[in-house]
Design a protein around this ligand. Structure first.
Ligand code: BES
Ligand code: MN
Ligand code: ZN
Length: 495
Protein backbone atom coordinates (compact mmCIF):
# COMPACT_ATOMS: atom_id res chain seq x y z
CA UNK A 1 0.00 0.00 0.00
CA UNK A 2 1.10 3.50 -0.83
CA UNK A 3 0.35 6.23 1.72
CA UNK A 4 0.63 9.97 1.27
CA UNK A 5 -0.59 13.17 2.84
CA UNK A 6 -1.52 16.31 1.03
CA UNK A 7 -3.34 19.54 1.45
CA UNK A 8 -6.11 19.79 -1.09
CA UNK A 9 -9.80 20.53 -1.21
CA UNK A 10 -12.04 17.49 -1.22
CA UNK A 11 -14.41 18.97 -3.77
CA UNK A 12 -11.67 19.38 -6.36
CA UNK A 13 -10.42 15.85 -5.92
CA UNK A 14 -10.94 12.71 -7.92
CA UNK A 15 -10.81 9.40 -6.14
CA UNK A 16 -12.45 6.00 -6.09
CA UNK A 17 -13.57 6.57 -2.55
CA UNK A 18 -13.62 9.40 -0.03
CA UNK A 19 -13.74 8.25 3.59
CA UNK A 20 -15.49 10.68 5.92
CA UNK A 21 -16.53 10.56 9.54
CA UNK A 22 -19.89 11.60 10.94
CA UNK A 23 -21.03 12.07 14.49
CA UNK A 24 -24.09 10.91 16.31
CA UNK A 25 -26.78 11.83 15.36
CA UNK A 26 -26.10 12.21 11.67
CA UNK A 27 -23.80 15.22 12.00
CA UNK A 28 -21.15 15.62 9.33
CA UNK A 29 -17.68 16.92 10.14
CA UNK A 30 -16.33 20.12 8.56
CA UNK A 31 -15.00 18.47 5.39
CA UNK A 32 -18.15 16.38 5.07
CA UNK A 33 -20.40 19.41 5.27
CA UNK A 34 -18.35 21.15 2.59
CA UNK A 35 -18.69 18.21 0.24
CA UNK A 36 -22.38 17.83 1.08
CA UNK A 37 -23.02 21.44 0.11
CA UNK A 38 -21.05 20.96 -3.09
CA UNK A 39 -23.21 17.94 -3.94
CA UNK A 40 -26.43 19.82 -3.31
CA UNK A 41 -27.18 18.13 0.00
CA UNK A 42 -26.93 14.56 -1.34
CA UNK A 43 -25.12 13.21 1.71
CA UNK A 44 -27.46 14.71 4.27
CA UNK A 45 -30.48 13.50 2.30
CA UNK A 46 -29.17 9.94 2.32
CA UNK A 47 -28.26 10.18 5.98
CA UNK A 48 -31.80 11.23 6.82
CA UNK A 49 -33.04 7.85 5.62
CA UNK A 50 -32.30 6.68 9.11
CA UNK A 51 -30.24 3.58 8.30
CA UNK A 52 -27.34 4.62 10.49
CA UNK A 53 -27.04 7.35 13.07
CA UNK A 54 -23.29 7.61 13.55
CA UNK A 55 -22.48 5.18 16.34
CA UNK A 56 -18.86 4.13 16.45
CA UNK A 57 -18.26 1.75 13.57
CA UNK A 58 -21.53 2.44 11.69
CA UNK A 59 -20.84 2.61 7.96
CA UNK A 60 -22.80 3.91 5.00
CA UNK A 61 -21.41 3.52 1.49
CA UNK A 62 -22.77 5.89 -1.14
CA UNK A 63 -21.70 4.46 -4.46
CA UNK A 64 -23.48 6.63 -6.95
CA UNK A 65 -22.57 10.29 -6.96
CA UNK A 66 -23.82 12.19 -10.00
CA UNK A 67 -21.50 14.77 -11.57
CA UNK A 68 -18.55 14.22 -9.28
CA UNK A 69 -15.01 12.92 -9.73
CA UNK A 70 -15.43 11.04 -6.50
CA UNK A 71 -16.90 7.64 -7.27
CA UNK A 72 -17.91 6.61 -3.78
CA UNK A 73 -18.29 8.16 -0.36
CA UNK A 74 -17.79 6.00 2.69
CA UNK A 75 -19.31 7.49 5.81
CA UNK A 76 -18.06 6.06 9.10
CA UNK A 77 -19.68 6.69 12.47
CA UNK A 78 -17.57 8.48 15.08
CA UNK A 79 -20.01 8.34 18.00
CA UNK A 80 -20.89 11.41 20.04
CA UNK A 81 -18.80 14.47 19.32
CA UNK A 82 -15.97 14.97 21.84
CA UNK A 83 -16.18 11.42 23.16
CA UNK A 84 -13.94 9.47 20.80
CA UNK A 85 -11.46 7.40 22.86
CA UNK A 86 -8.37 5.70 21.33
CA UNK A 87 -9.98 2.24 21.31
CA UNK A 88 -13.11 3.62 19.62
CA UNK A 89 -11.01 5.48 17.05
CA UNK A 90 -9.33 2.19 16.18
CA UNK A 91 -12.78 0.61 15.80
CA UNK A 92 -13.70 3.40 13.39
CA UNK A 93 -10.55 2.70 11.40
CA UNK A 94 -11.19 -1.04 11.35
CA UNK A 95 -14.77 -0.51 10.11
CA UNK A 96 -13.48 1.83 7.39
CA UNK A 97 -10.77 -0.64 6.40
CA UNK A 98 -13.24 -3.50 6.07
CA UNK A 99 -15.66 -1.51 3.90
CA UNK A 100 -12.86 -0.07 1.78
CA UNK A 101 -11.54 -3.56 1.14
CA UNK A 102 -14.99 -4.81 0.10
CA UNK A 103 -15.80 -1.72 -1.98
CA UNK A 104 -13.29 -2.51 -4.71
CA UNK A 105 -11.85 1.03 -4.67
CA UNK A 106 -8.20 1.39 -5.72
CA UNK A 107 -7.48 4.94 -4.62
CA UNK A 108 -9.02 6.27 -1.43
CA UNK A 109 -8.74 9.58 0.34
CA UNK A 110 -9.37 9.71 4.06
CA UNK A 111 -10.43 12.45 6.41
CA UNK A 112 -10.99 10.29 9.47
CA UNK A 113 -8.08 12.02 11.21
CA UNK A 114 -10.31 15.11 11.41
CA UNK A 115 -12.02 13.46 14.38
CA UNK A 116 -10.73 14.60 17.73
CA UNK A 117 -9.23 11.94 19.99
CA UNK A 118 -8.47 13.60 23.29
CA UNK A 119 -4.80 13.56 24.20
CA UNK A 120 -3.61 12.24 20.84
CA UNK A 121 -2.15 14.31 17.99
CA UNK A 122 -2.38 14.16 14.21
CA UNK A 123 0.78 12.06 13.81
CA UNK A 124 -0.72 9.49 16.17
CA UNK A 125 -4.05 9.44 14.35
CA UNK A 126 -2.40 8.91 11.00
CA UNK A 127 0.01 6.33 12.35
CA UNK A 128 -2.89 4.36 13.82
CA UNK A 129 -4.73 4.59 10.50
CA UNK A 130 -1.76 3.02 8.70
CA UNK A 131 -1.35 0.30 11.34
CA UNK A 132 -5.05 -0.62 11.48
CA UNK A 133 -5.44 -0.63 7.70
CA UNK A 134 -2.33 -2.76 7.20
CA UNK A 135 -3.57 -5.12 9.92
CA UNK A 136 -6.93 -5.49 8.17
CA UNK A 137 -5.40 -6.01 4.76
CA UNK A 138 -3.02 -8.67 6.07
CA UNK A 139 -3.61 -12.15 4.68
CA UNK A 140 -1.62 -15.33 5.13
CA UNK A 141 -2.23 -17.26 1.93
CA UNK A 142 1.18 -18.51 0.88
CA UNK A 143 0.43 -22.10 1.83
CA UNK A 144 -2.83 -22.27 -0.16
CA UNK A 145 -2.94 -23.37 -3.76
CA UNK A 146 -6.44 -22.03 -4.22
CA UNK A 147 -7.10 -18.48 -3.15
CA UNK A 148 -10.42 -18.15 -1.35
CA UNK A 149 -10.39 -14.37 -1.38
CA UNK A 150 -10.67 -11.91 -4.21
CA UNK A 151 -7.41 -10.09 -4.85
CA UNK A 152 -6.89 -6.80 -3.07
CA UNK A 153 -7.62 -3.77 -5.24
CA UNK A 154 -6.98 -0.99 -2.76
CA UNK A 155 -3.46 0.25 -3.38
CA UNK A 156 -3.28 3.91 -2.41
CA UNK A 157 -4.51 5.93 0.53
CA UNK A 158 -4.20 9.69 0.76
CA UNK A 159 -4.74 11.63 3.96
CA UNK A 160 -6.24 15.02 3.17
CA UNK A 161 -4.90 17.84 5.33
CA UNK A 162 -6.41 21.21 6.24
CA UNK A 163 -3.18 23.13 5.85
CA UNK A 164 0.43 22.72 4.77
CA UNK A 165 1.48 23.19 8.41
CA UNK A 166 0.23 19.71 9.16
CA UNK A 167 2.38 18.11 6.52
CA UNK A 168 5.47 17.29 8.61
CA UNK A 169 3.40 15.75 11.38
CA UNK A 170 1.36 13.69 8.93
CA UNK A 171 4.49 12.43 7.20
CA UNK A 172 5.98 11.36 10.53
CA UNK A 173 2.78 9.45 11.26
CA UNK A 174 2.97 7.65 7.91
CA UNK A 175 6.65 6.85 8.33
CA UNK A 176 6.28 5.43 11.84
CA UNK A 177 3.05 3.66 10.95
CA UNK A 178 4.63 1.93 7.96
CA UNK A 179 7.77 0.90 9.85
CA UNK A 180 5.68 -0.56 12.67
CA UNK A 181 3.19 -2.23 10.30
CA UNK A 182 6.04 -3.74 8.26
CA UNK A 183 7.61 -5.04 11.47
CA UNK A 184 4.26 -6.47 12.56
CA UNK A 185 3.81 -8.18 9.21
CA UNK A 186 7.24 -9.79 9.50
CA UNK A 187 6.23 -11.06 12.94
CA UNK A 188 2.80 -12.23 11.71
CA UNK A 189 4.25 -14.11 8.73
CA UNK A 190 6.87 -15.93 10.79
CA UNK A 191 4.37 -16.75 13.52
CA UNK A 192 1.63 -18.03 11.20
CA UNK A 193 4.02 -20.48 9.55
CA UNK A 194 3.61 -24.01 10.92
CA UNK A 195 6.24 -25.76 13.01
CA UNK A 196 7.30 -28.07 10.17
CA UNK A 197 8.36 -25.08 8.09
CA UNK A 198 9.34 -22.51 10.70
CA UNK A 199 12.01 -24.48 12.58
CA UNK A 200 14.80 -22.84 14.62
CA UNK A 201 17.04 -23.06 11.54
CA UNK A 202 14.39 -21.41 9.34
CA UNK A 203 13.78 -18.66 11.90
CA UNK A 204 17.52 -17.96 11.96
CA UNK A 205 17.66 -17.78 8.15
CA UNK A 206 14.76 -15.34 8.11
CA UNK A 207 16.46 -13.17 10.73
CA UNK A 208 19.53 -13.13 8.46
CA UNK A 209 17.36 -12.01 5.54
CA UNK A 210 15.85 -9.17 7.59
CA UNK A 211 19.36 -8.25 8.68
CA UNK A 212 20.56 -8.02 5.09
CA UNK A 213 17.69 -5.83 3.94
CA UNK A 214 18.02 -3.47 6.91
CA UNK A 215 21.72 -3.24 7.78
CA UNK A 216 21.48 -5.23 10.97
CA UNK A 217 24.41 -7.49 11.84
CA UNK A 218 23.15 -11.02 12.41
CA UNK A 219 25.08 -13.93 13.92
CA UNK A 220 23.71 -17.40 14.42
CA UNK A 221 25.01 -19.60 17.24
CA UNK A 222 24.60 -23.35 16.76
CA UNK A 223 24.53 -26.01 19.47
CA UNK A 224 28.31 -26.30 19.70
CA UNK A 225 28.50 -22.53 20.28
CA UNK A 226 25.84 -22.82 22.98
CA UNK A 227 27.79 -25.63 24.62
CA UNK A 228 30.92 -23.49 24.61
CA UNK A 229 28.89 -20.80 26.39
CA UNK A 230 27.65 -23.40 28.96
CA UNK A 231 23.99 -22.71 28.17
CA UNK A 232 22.94 -25.92 29.90
CA UNK A 233 19.35 -24.88 30.59
CA UNK A 234 18.68 -23.85 26.97
CA UNK A 235 20.37 -26.98 25.53
CA UNK A 236 18.44 -29.31 27.86
CA UNK A 237 15.24 -28.32 26.04
CA UNK A 238 16.56 -28.62 22.49
CA UNK A 239 18.17 -32.02 22.98
CA UNK A 240 14.69 -33.54 23.07
CA UNK A 241 14.12 -32.62 19.44
CA UNK A 242 15.58 -33.59 16.07
CA UNK A 243 15.76 -29.94 15.09
CA UNK A 244 18.94 -28.28 16.34
CA UNK A 245 18.69 -25.17 18.50
CA UNK A 246 19.82 -21.74 17.40
CA UNK A 247 20.61 -18.54 19.26
CA UNK A 248 19.91 -15.65 16.91
CA UNK A 249 21.90 -12.49 17.67
CA UNK A 250 20.89 -9.30 15.87
CA UNK A 251 22.84 -6.07 16.38
CA UNK A 252 21.61 -2.71 15.14
CA UNK A 253 24.05 0.16 15.56
CA UNK A 254 22.39 3.53 15.20
CA UNK A 255 24.51 5.35 17.77
CA UNK A 256 28.16 5.61 18.80
CA UNK A 257 29.70 2.37 19.99
CA UNK A 258 29.97 3.94 23.46
CA UNK A 259 26.21 4.21 23.89
CA UNK A 260 24.88 1.34 26.00
CA UNK A 261 22.57 -0.88 23.96
CA UNK A 262 18.99 -1.85 24.63
CA UNK A 263 18.63 -5.61 24.53
CA UNK A 264 15.41 -7.28 23.39
CA UNK A 265 15.07 -11.00 24.07
CA UNK A 266 12.32 -13.05 22.40
CA UNK A 267 11.23 -16.59 23.25
CA UNK A 268 11.57 -18.66 20.09
CA UNK A 269 9.88 -22.01 20.68
CA UNK A 270 8.98 -22.97 17.11
CA UNK A 271 6.77 -25.69 18.59
CA UNK A 272 5.95 -26.46 22.21
CA UNK A 273 4.35 -29.87 22.75
CA UNK A 274 5.25 -29.67 26.42
CA UNK A 275 7.97 -32.32 26.28
CA UNK A 276 7.57 -35.35 28.58
CA UNK A 277 4.99 -33.28 30.53
CA UNK A 278 2.98 -33.49 27.32
CA UNK A 279 0.24 -30.96 26.65
CA UNK A 280 -3.35 -32.10 26.00
CA UNK A 281 -4.26 -32.50 22.31
CA UNK A 282 -6.94 -29.79 22.08
CA UNK A 283 -5.62 -26.66 20.37
CA UNK A 284 -2.04 -27.91 20.53
CA UNK A 285 -1.57 -26.59 16.98
CA UNK A 286 -1.53 -23.11 18.52
CA UNK A 287 1.82 -23.92 20.11
CA UNK A 288 3.40 -23.10 16.74
CA UNK A 289 2.86 -19.56 18.04
CA UNK A 290 5.27 -20.14 20.93
CA UNK A 291 7.92 -18.27 18.94
CA UNK A 292 5.88 -15.05 18.77
CA UNK A 293 8.25 -13.33 21.20
CA UNK A 294 11.18 -14.06 18.90
CA UNK A 295 9.22 -13.05 15.81
CA UNK A 296 8.27 -9.74 17.41
CA UNK A 297 11.89 -9.01 18.28
CA UNK A 298 12.87 -9.60 14.62
CA UNK A 299 9.97 -7.34 13.55
CA UNK A 300 10.89 -4.63 16.07
CA UNK A 301 14.55 -4.64 14.98
CA UNK A 302 13.42 -4.26 11.37
CA UNK A 303 11.22 -1.30 12.33
CA UNK A 304 13.84 0.58 14.33
CA UNK A 305 16.37 0.08 11.53
CA UNK A 306 13.79 1.34 9.01
CA UNK A 307 13.28 4.41 11.22
CA UNK A 308 17.06 4.74 11.65
CA UNK A 309 16.65 5.43 15.36
CA UNK A 310 19.85 6.83 16.91
CA UNK A 311 20.25 3.96 19.36
CA UNK A 312 22.11 0.69 19.68
CA UNK A 313 19.73 -2.24 19.93
CA UNK A 314 20.48 -5.93 20.28
CA UNK A 315 17.99 -8.74 19.63
CA UNK A 316 18.57 -12.16 21.19
CA UNK A 317 16.30 -15.02 20.14
CA UNK A 318 16.88 -18.45 21.64
CA UNK A 319 15.07 -20.86 19.30
CA UNK A 320 14.18 -24.49 19.87
CA UNK A 321 11.39 -27.06 19.82
CA UNK A 322 10.03 -28.70 22.98
CA UNK A 323 9.11 -32.31 22.21
CA UNK A 324 8.88 -35.62 24.06
CA UNK A 325 11.77 -37.92 23.17
CA UNK A 326 14.24 -40.39 24.65
CA UNK A 327 16.71 -37.56 25.07
CA UNK A 328 14.19 -35.03 26.35
CA UNK A 329 14.21 -33.52 29.84
CA UNK A 330 12.39 -35.63 32.43
CA UNK A 331 10.58 -34.28 35.48
CA UNK A 332 13.15 -34.17 38.28
CA UNK A 333 16.14 -33.61 35.97
CA UNK A 334 18.57 -30.99 37.19
CA UNK A 335 20.46 -28.80 34.73
CA UNK A 336 23.12 -26.13 35.14
CA UNK A 337 22.37 -22.79 33.57
CA UNK A 338 24.97 -20.47 32.05
CA UNK A 339 24.86 -18.41 35.27
CA UNK A 340 25.95 -21.43 37.27
CA UNK A 341 22.62 -21.71 39.08
CA UNK A 342 21.17 -25.23 38.95
CA UNK A 343 17.52 -25.75 38.04
CA UNK A 344 15.29 -28.67 38.96
CA UNK A 345 12.89 -29.27 36.06
CA UNK A 346 9.68 -30.29 37.79
CA UNK A 347 7.59 -29.74 34.67
CA UNK A 348 9.16 -29.99 31.23
CA UNK A 349 6.39 -27.76 29.83
CA UNK A 350 7.86 -24.78 31.70
CA UNK A 351 10.58 -24.69 29.03
CA UNK A 352 10.50 -21.06 27.93
CA UNK A 353 12.17 -19.85 31.11
CA UNK A 354 14.96 -22.42 30.56
CA UNK A 355 15.83 -20.78 27.25
CA UNK A 356 15.32 -17.25 28.49
CA UNK A 357 17.45 -17.60 31.63
CA UNK A 358 20.54 -18.37 29.55
CA UNK A 359 19.77 -15.53 27.13
CA UNK A 360 19.40 -13.17 30.12
CA UNK A 361 22.82 -14.24 31.40
CA UNK A 362 24.33 -13.79 27.93
CA UNK A 363 22.84 -10.26 27.75
CA UNK A 364 25.16 -9.14 30.59
CA UNK A 365 28.12 -8.98 28.23
CA UNK A 366 26.54 -5.98 26.48
CA UNK A 367 26.40 -3.91 29.70
CA UNK A 368 22.90 -2.99 28.57
CA UNK A 369 20.96 0.20 29.27
CA UNK A 370 17.93 -2.07 29.72
CA UNK A 371 16.85 -5.59 28.85
CA UNK A 372 13.28 -6.43 27.84
CA UNK A 373 12.24 -10.01 27.25
CA UNK A 374 9.00 -10.89 25.46
CA UNK A 375 7.58 -14.37 25.70
CA UNK A 376 4.44 -16.46 25.34
CA UNK A 377 5.39 -17.72 28.76
CA UNK A 378 2.32 -18.75 30.75
CA UNK A 379 -1.27 -19.80 30.12
CA UNK A 380 -1.88 -18.30 33.56
CA UNK A 381 -1.39 -14.83 32.07
CA UNK A 382 -4.54 -15.32 29.98
CA UNK A 383 -6.41 -16.34 33.12
CA UNK A 384 -5.16 -13.29 35.02
CA UNK A 385 -5.46 -10.55 32.40
CA UNK A 386 -7.43 -11.95 29.48
CA UNK A 387 -6.31 -11.18 25.95
CA UNK A 388 -6.22 -7.38 26.04
CA UNK A 389 -3.01 -6.33 27.78
CA UNK A 390 0.28 -8.20 27.97
CA UNK A 391 1.61 -8.93 31.46
CA UNK A 392 4.47 -6.70 32.61
CA UNK A 393 6.96 -7.48 35.37
CA UNK A 394 10.09 -5.52 36.14
CA UNK A 395 12.89 -4.93 38.63
CA UNK A 396 13.00 -1.22 37.76
CA UNK A 397 10.30 1.43 38.37
CA UNK A 398 11.44 3.78 35.60
CA UNK A 399 11.51 1.03 33.00
CA UNK A 400 8.10 -0.29 34.06
CA UNK A 401 6.68 3.23 33.84
CA UNK A 402 8.23 3.88 30.43
CA UNK A 403 6.87 0.62 29.04
CA UNK A 404 3.40 1.27 30.46
CA UNK A 405 3.33 4.70 28.82
CA UNK A 406 4.69 3.35 25.53
CA UNK A 407 1.94 0.72 25.57
CA UNK A 408 -0.76 3.38 26.03
CA UNK A 409 0.65 5.48 23.25
CA UNK A 410 1.17 2.64 20.79
CA UNK A 411 -2.16 1.11 21.83
CA UNK A 412 -0.38 -2.14 22.64
CA UNK A 413 -0.98 -2.06 26.34
CA UNK A 414 0.64 -3.84 29.27
CA UNK A 415 -0.49 -4.32 32.87
CA UNK A 416 2.02 -4.71 35.64
CA UNK A 417 2.13 -7.61 38.09
CA UNK A 418 4.27 -7.66 41.27
CA UNK A 419 7.50 -9.63 41.74
CA UNK A 420 7.45 -9.66 45.55
CA UNK A 421 9.85 -11.78 47.59
CA UNK A 422 6.92 -13.79 48.93
CA UNK A 423 6.44 -15.26 45.46
CA UNK A 424 10.14 -16.15 45.15
CA UNK A 425 9.60 -18.65 47.99
CA UNK A 426 7.44 -20.75 45.67
CA UNK A 427 10.50 -21.54 43.51
CA UNK A 428 12.43 -23.30 46.27
CA UNK A 429 13.78 -26.69 45.25
CA UNK A 430 14.83 -29.55 47.53
CA UNK A 431 17.69 -30.57 45.28
CA UNK A 432 18.77 -27.58 43.17
CA UNK A 433 19.15 -23.79 43.49
CA UNK A 434 15.66 -23.29 42.17
CA UNK A 435 12.75 -25.16 40.59
CA UNK A 436 11.37 -24.30 37.16
CA UNK A 437 7.78 -24.09 38.41
CA UNK A 438 6.21 -22.39 41.43
CA UNK A 439 3.03 -24.40 41.85
CA UNK A 440 -0.51 -23.58 40.78
CA UNK A 441 -0.77 -20.11 42.35
CA UNK A 442 0.28 -16.96 40.51
CA UNK A 443 1.89 -18.83 37.62
CA UNK A 444 2.68 -15.73 35.57
CA UNK A 445 4.36 -14.07 38.52
CA UNK A 446 6.43 -17.10 39.56
CA UNK A 447 7.61 -17.41 35.95
CA UNK A 448 8.64 -13.74 36.15
CA UNK A 449 10.35 -14.41 39.50
CA UNK A 450 12.29 -17.27 37.91
CA UNK A 451 13.60 -14.95 35.19
CA UNK A 452 14.39 -12.18 37.71
CA UNK A 453 17.02 -14.45 39.30
CA UNK A 454 19.04 -14.19 36.08
CA UNK A 455 18.45 -10.47 35.48
CA UNK A 456 19.93 -8.86 38.55
CA UNK A 457 22.68 -6.86 36.88
CA UNK A 458 20.66 -4.43 34.75
CA UNK A 459 17.25 -2.75 34.50
CA UNK A 460 15.01 -5.52 33.22
CA UNK A 461 11.40 -6.03 32.24
CA UNK A 462 9.53 -9.15 31.24
CA UNK A 463 6.48 -8.98 28.98
CA UNK A 464 4.23 -12.06 28.97
CA UNK A 465 2.42 -12.05 25.62
CA UNK A 466 0.58 -15.38 26.00
CA UNK A 467 -2.79 -13.62 25.63
CA UNK A 468 -1.89 -10.98 23.06
CA UNK A 469 0.45 -12.50 20.46
CA UNK A 470 -2.20 -14.40 18.52
CA UNK A 471 -5.97 -14.64 18.23
CA UNK A 472 -7.64 -17.97 18.82
CA UNK A 473 -10.91 -19.34 17.38
CA UNK A 474 -12.43 -18.24 14.07
CA UNK A 475 -10.08 -15.31 13.69
CA UNK A 476 -7.00 -17.40 14.42
CA UNK A 477 -3.81 -15.63 13.46
CA UNK A 478 -0.79 -13.80 14.79
CA UNK A 479 -1.38 -10.18 15.86
CA UNK A 480 2.12 -8.77 15.44
CA UNK A 481 2.09 -7.64 19.07
CA UNK A 482 4.16 -6.45 20.90
CA UNK A 483 6.05 -4.85 17.98
CA UNK A 484 4.22 -1.50 18.49
CA UNK A 485 5.07 -1.50 22.21
CA UNK A 486 8.76 -2.25 21.68
CA UNK A 487 9.17 0.26 18.86
CA UNK A 488 7.34 3.01 20.77
CA UNK A 489 9.51 2.40 23.83
CA UNK A 490 12.64 2.73 21.69
CA UNK A 491 11.32 5.82 19.86
CA UNK A 492 10.80 7.37 23.31
CA UNK A 493 14.33 6.42 24.40
CA UNK A 494 15.78 7.99 21.25
CA UNK A 495 14.28 11.39 22.16
N1 BES B 1 4.08 -21.75 25.83
C1 BES B 1 3.46 -22.12 27.04
C2 BES B 1 2.53 -21.04 27.59
C3 BES B 1 1.23 -20.86 26.88
C4 BES B 1 0.23 -21.80 26.97
C5 BES B 1 1.00 -19.68 26.18
C6 BES B 1 -0.98 -21.57 26.33
C7 BES B 1 -0.21 -19.46 25.55
C8 BES B 1 -1.20 -20.41 25.62
C9 BES B 1 4.52 -22.41 28.10
O1 BES B 1 5.69 -22.98 27.64
C10 BES B 1 3.91 -23.34 29.07
O2 BES B 1 3.62 -24.44 28.68
N2 BES B 1 3.71 -22.89 30.28
C11 BES B 1 3.10 -23.70 31.29
C12 BES B 1 3.79 -23.42 32.60
C13 BES B 1 3.43 -24.38 33.69
C14 BES B 1 3.92 -25.78 33.36
C15 BES B 1 4.04 -23.91 34.98
C16 BES B 1 1.62 -23.32 31.35
O3 BES B 1 1.28 -22.15 31.17
O4 BES B 1 0.81 -24.22 31.55
MN1 MN C 1 5.53 -25.08 27.55
ZN1 ZN D 1 6.19 -22.60 25.71
Amino acid sequence: MDYSAKCESLIKLSANCAVLGFHQKRKLTAAGSGLDEHLGGLISRLLKRDDVEGKVGDVLLINHIPESDIERILLVGLGKKGELAPAAYRKVLAAAAKSLKDSGAKLAVSLLHEAEVEGYDLAWKIRQAVEVLEGNLYKFTRLKKEADDKPQRLSKLQFLLDSEDQSAEAKLGIKQGLAIANGMNIARDLANLPGNICTPTYLAEQAEQVGKSRKIKVRIFDESDLEALSMGAFLSVSKGSEQPARLIVMEYSGASSKAKPFVLIGKGLTFDAGGISLKPAANMDEMKYDMCGGASVIGALSAIAELELPLNVVGLIPASENLPDGKANKPGDIVTSMSGLTVEILNTDAEGRLLLCDALTYAKKYEPAAVIDVATLTGACIVALGRHPSGLMSNNEGLAQALTEAGEKAWDRVWRLPLWDEYQEQLKSKFADLANIGGPDGGTITAGCFLSRFAKDYPWAHVDIAGTAWRTGNEKGATGRPVPLLVQYLIDQAR
